[in-house]
Design a binder for this molecule. Structure first.
Ligand code: G3P
Length: 215
């Protein structure tokens, strides 16, 4: 399972990259809006830190404009993956970009049927938003299970990025299902790392070690 960080915050990305467990980063216009500075320079910096897939989203209504924006974003770094919304114009853009070997991450996926269309268009990645599905009272993780089954049935190459993750249980369930990638907010990454019994255990070992070295 690959672990991506779902943020555009450079400090958070540096911190997690330093742990040696970071495979990639996903951004979106909302996440970019929370950070200061020029977005192209920020994306370049993120790519230089991560040296793995970094998703940057196009914002356009028509496929031609999406493709132009995508080509421009792809110039920033070889690591850039173009995030494209799951609408008809988006699928057209994915087909064009896939023929040009530009990597894509089709985003805002809320149904298995949408996912099938993205895979058939040649998406490199697909991002189902499970937290937002949970928010409307439906089990988001069921969509991941459906997509994994369908993609396996037809050997679709599109990788599933479990997105809109809200808590560590989402990561655990996605891993048990065998999802290709989970993109997690920094807070969830830290929650995955921490366990109160680990902290209590370290404290006790430190105390006991003092007794050993003071002998
Ligand atoms: O990767 C998609 C993610 O950023 C959306 O998360 O929490 O806004 O639903 P959220």
């Amino acid at each position: 399972m690959k672990l991506f960080l779902d943020t555009a915050n450079i400090e958070q990305i540096r911190e997690v990259a330093a742990l040696g467990i970071l495979d990639g980063v996903t951004t979106n216009p909302t996440l970019m809006s929370k950070e200061k500075g020029n977005y192209r320079e920020s994306l370049k910096e993120i790519c230089d830190i991560v040296r793995g897939p970094v998703s940057a989203e196009v914002v356009a209504e028509g496929s031609e404009e999406m493709v132009l924006q995508a080509r421009d974003l792809a110039k920033i770094s070889e690591h850039i993956v173009i995030k494209i919304p799951l609408i008809a114009e988006g699928l057209k853009a994915v087909r064009v970009l896939s023929a040009e070997d530009v990597k894509t991450n089709v985003t805002l996926c809320f149904s298995a049927n949408q996912g099938i269309l993205a895979a058939k268009a040649g998406a490199t990645y697909l991002s189902p938003f499970i937290g937002r599905i949970d928010d409307v009272g439906q089990p988001g993780m069921d969509l991941i299970a459906d997509l994994i089954e369908i993609f396996e049935n037809y050997a679709f190459a599109t990788q599933i990025i479990v997105a809109s993750v809200r808590h560590p249980l989402h990561v655990l369930e996605a891993a048990r299902l065998g999802a290709d990638v989970v993109t997690v907010p920094h807070k969830v990454m830290m929650q995955m790392l921490k366990h109160p019994l680990t902290d209590v255990g370290i404290e006790k070992f430190n105390e006991d070690w003092k007794k050993v070295i003071s002998r």
